[in-house]
Design a binder for this molecule. Structure first.
Ligand code: FDA
Length: 306
């Protein structure tokens, strides 16, 4: 089912049907802060009031032309201005395919550099999200090139990929801040651990490489076992609670988010917004069968459930 949903998340035919449907629109609002930057700012303010930081993400991936990539870059520049003007505790997460990675790598490199330069001038930070494995090496190459010029950029490592450990060594040597997550795309067994227990074991192994590195990293998970392992390791190695942060997605396990803050840990909430929410929504459905069951149950007309 996970594989099917992840395949459907790339369907250009299904996207408009799901995005027009009122049930899916309502359900997407659980995971997406709204359609506008105002919505995202409001969500970030609420998150800040709860003692948490935010990372704003303008939804959109795989732009189809260079003008679209330029428009996305412009919106990120404006986002940093707004964050600075309103003194919100937030950085920004973005995807390189939204900046034209698949159209023109040189253009993508130029746009991400402009964004990071702007963030850097404002004392802020850009996180380059990690997409499917077809983009891994190019994302790392670009992140390293930009990191050689600015400290205010980092990227993401996915524990389901066999290559992640080697990539982490490579990126730590470049001084890169990393977010560790399990990985949300459909990957073949030649590239990624197919079994959850192996992904989890690798996540813990990689977390243990990151935390003592002396660089500020993000441990992004809602999994209590991963969180427990991280806390235990940090305690064992005397790594202070302000030397790393936990990260979670908007609308998921808010109880756990609040608990971590109460315990004195740093927590950043990833806040997606925008009109292009279909692939993000489908990946969230794929992560948890209960989400899909709830969605399908609500899609069925009431009469058919009698
Ligand atoms: P796991 O999937 O094992 O879930 C553990 C528990 O968390 C579940 O039992 C459930 O309680 C809860 N949960 C998880 N997902 C849920 C959902 N959708 N709805 C409701 N409950 C849910 N991936 C990627 O490939 N590239 C990236 O750049 C990022 N970026 C990113 C940023 C941040 C801040 C987070 C938290 C995650 C990502 N991810 C990502 C997604 C990540 O790879 C992964 O798919 C999800 O975080 C789910 O994995 P968990 O670690 O939560 O564990």
């Amino acid at each position: 089912m996970r594989a099917l949903l992840l395949r459907l998340s790339e369907s250009k035919r299904l996207a408009p049907l799901i995005m027009r449907n009122p049930v899916s629109r309502r359900m997407a609002r659980r995971f997406v802060a709204g359609e506008t930057l105002d919505d995202a700012v409001e969500a970030a303010r609420a998150v800040n009031r709860a003692g948490q930081s935010a990372s704003l993400d303008l939804l959109g991936e795989n732009v189809s032309d260079e003008a679209g990539a330029g428009r996305a870059a412009q919106r990120y520049l404006e986002m940093f201005d707004r964050i600075a003007r309103e003194k919100i505790d937030a950085n920004v997460s973005l995807k390189l395919t939204q900046l034209g990675l698949d159209l023109d790598q040189a253009l993508c490199q130029e746009l991400i550099e402009q964004i990071v330069a702007h963030a850097s001038a404002l004392g802020n930070f850009v996180r380059i999200d990690m997409e499917g494995s077809a983009h891994t090496q190019r994302t790392i190459d670009i992140a390293k090139r930009v990191r050689a010029k600015y400290t205010s950029v980092g990227t993401v490592m996915q524990a389901y990929l066999y290559r992640a450990e080697q990539d982490i060594q490579d990126l730590l040597a470049a001084g890169c801040r990393l977010r560790l997550c399990k990985g949300a795309y459909k990957e073949p067994p030649e590239l990624a651990f197919p079994k959850k227990e192996d992904v989890d074991a690798n996540f813990v192994k990689l977390m243990k490489l990151l935390l003592p590195s002396g660089i500020y990293h993000g441990i992004a998970t809602h999994d209590p076992a991963m969180i427990r392992a991280t806390k235990e390791f940090a305690r064992e190695k005397n790594i202070a609670r302000d030397q790393f942060e936990f990260q979670m997605l908007y609308g998921i396990r808010t109880d756990l988010q609040q608990q971590l803050v109460r315990e004195g840990y740093r927590l950043r909430v990833y806040i997606p917004f925008g009109t292009d929410w279909f692939p993000y929504f489908m990946r969230r459905l794929a992560e948890r069968p209960a989400n899909l069951v709830f969605f399908l149950r609500n899609l069925l007309p009431k009469s058919s459930t009698r």
